[in-house]
Design a protein around this ligand. Structure first.
Ligand code: ADP
Ligand code: MG
Length: 320
């Protein structure tokens, strides 16, 4: 882009309080000084207009969410976020769009003291790739493969809200203005559970963030750990808005984009976890247990197995 340099200077160069950046935006590459005795944690995610967010998404929300989904990956590892790079492909250099996008991006970046240290700007369909880098004490990453038999399975927040927003946007649901506002906020402004992930270091076994739906993401933990799970359907945390909807449970089980954490831990660390989550003001609900018996089973309020087909999630036919 001819005006690329001016654009970057204007919208993406911010001073940061961080003292671990030797070279930031403006050279051929960033030079960072990672903390001693920590492991580095890297994640990258691409958002494509019309694929990962609806065309109607406000640019400020796009800026926020492009960083939030990456921070959510760091949260799921238990990492402290530190630096980010941003590869931006734009159809036009629209100043108003850039102003809003950068407001959303930096609003969240400043909240977690994440510095934007580099990137790339090209002309093309609207595509945003953010890479984040964080760190954590050596060998304390929360891995998908670490679930053990007897672990409780827990989730943060409520599930299905973002999925309901997508159905409302496509005209499949009727919601009041207040309900629509609530679910759109959950879709466009997901809270990365950074503090929760940090609190889980050293006390949780396995963790993952819910980007593709509870069942799909929990299955990643089960496959990686070689375990099974028993879930209690009536324990799955639903907001009032989702609870009122026909098929609300189905949304909570199979719709993505909530960016809550699902994690497992043994009974011995449960009290510690609940205490820490209460301190940081994050709600946590136990939804089931890890079992050595492979497969994912869901039970209704009467303790009867629910056929997984009824949840509408077909990918599991082989696993049940
Ligand atoms: P090069 O050709 O060496 O890759 P660029 O002209 O692409 O250099 O970028 C110049 C500087 O601006 C680099 O430090 C790069 O990291 C930074 N930069 C480019 N685009 C972005 C962006 N969208 N966000 C943040 N930094 C960017
Ligand atoms: Mg470049």
């Amino acid at each position: 882009m001819a005006e690329e340099f001016d654009l970057i200077q204007h919208w993406f160069t911010r001073t940061s309080r961080r003292e671990d950046i030797r070279v930031g935006i403006g050279d051929d590459a960033a030079v960072l000084h990672p903390p001693q005795q920590q492991d580095l944690v890297l994640a990258v995610d691409t958002l494509i207009e019309g694929v990962h967010f609806p065309l109607s998404t406000p640019p400020e929300a796009i800026g926020y969410k492009s960083l939030a989904v990456n921070l959510s990956d760091l949260a799921a590892m238990g990492a402290d976020p530190a630096w980010a790079t941003l590869a931006l492909s734009l159809p036009t250099a629209d100043e108003a769009w850039l102003a809003d996008f950068s407001k959303g991006f930096f609003g969240l970046a400043e909240q977690y003291d994440v510095a934007l240290v580099g990137g790339d700007t090209t002309r093309g369909n609207l595509t945003i790739t953010v890479q984040v880098c964080g760190h954590l004490p050596i060998n304390q990453a929360l891995r998908r493969s670490a679930a053990e038999p007897g672990d409780g399975i827990y989730v943060t927040g409520t599930l299905g809200d973002a999925g309901l927003a997508l159905e409302w946007l496509s005209g499949k649901r009727n919601l009041s203005d207040t309900e629509a506002d609530f679910v759109l906020t959950r879709l466009n402004w997901p809270t990365p559970r950074i503090e929760a992930g940090r609190a889980l270091r050293g006390i949780a076994h396995a963790a993952i963030d819910i980007s593709d739906g509870l069942l799909a993401d929990l299955m990643h933990i089960l496959s990686a750990s070689g375990m099974g799970a028993d879930l209690q359907a009536q324990s799955i945390p639903l907001s009032e808005t989702v609870r009122k909807q026909a098929g609300g449970l189905l949304l909570a089980l199979s719709a993505g984009d909530d960016y809550e954490l699902v994690f497992t831990l043994p009974e011995s660390t449960e009290a510690d976890m609940l205490c820490q989550m209460a301190d940081i003001g994050v709600s946590v609900t136990q939804i089931g247990q890890i079992s050595a018996h492979p497969g994912l089973r869901i039970f209704d309020g009467a303790g009867q197995p629910m056929p997984i087909a009824r949840t509408g999630y077909n990918h599991f036919s082989g696993a049940i």
